[in-house]
Write a new protein. Structure first.
Length: 131
């Protein structure tokens, strides 16, 4: 483990270097691929920063939505297990109508927003301008 620069600073430094110094010097298609690489580094930064909290919030929503208690396993495994249960209930038609449907839709909307916050936060801003 290093003190400074930390992993976030390292990822930001590489991403900024690619975007500001390398991309302007390149021609297509290498310019495009380098922009993609810089964007992937930004996604990794957001994932490292945000994923633990977003995953914990998803787990909490799933437990509340499905009832009961988390199984006590690793959080990511629990989220996967509960998502499989949610999908099973949706396929069985349990979310086709009634108040639970609205809860499921609210959960799915928030989960989508959380995932886009990591993968492509700009698209959320565009969608909010359209509303």
């Amino acid at each position: 483990m290093q003190d400074r620069p930390d992993r976030d600073e390292l990822l930001k430094g590489v991403s900024d270097f690619l975007e500001q110094k390398v991309v302007p010097e390149l021609e297509e298609p290498l310019r495009f691929h380098t922009r993609v690489a810089a964007n992937l580094l930004k996604i990794i930064r957001r994932e490292l920063e945000l994923e633990p909290g977003l995953s914990a919030a998803e787990l909490e929503r799933l437990v509340e939505l499905l009832g009961g208690e988390p199984g006590g396993g690793e959080a990511s495994a629990e989220v996967l297990r509960l998502n499989e249960e949610l999908a099973r209930r949706i396929r069985a038609g349990q979310a086709d109508e009634g108040p639970w449907r609205q809860e499921v839709l609210a959960h799915l909307k928030q989960t989508l927003i959380d995932k886009l916050t990591i993968a492509n936060p700009g698209i959320i801003e565009k969608a909010q301008r359209v509303d």
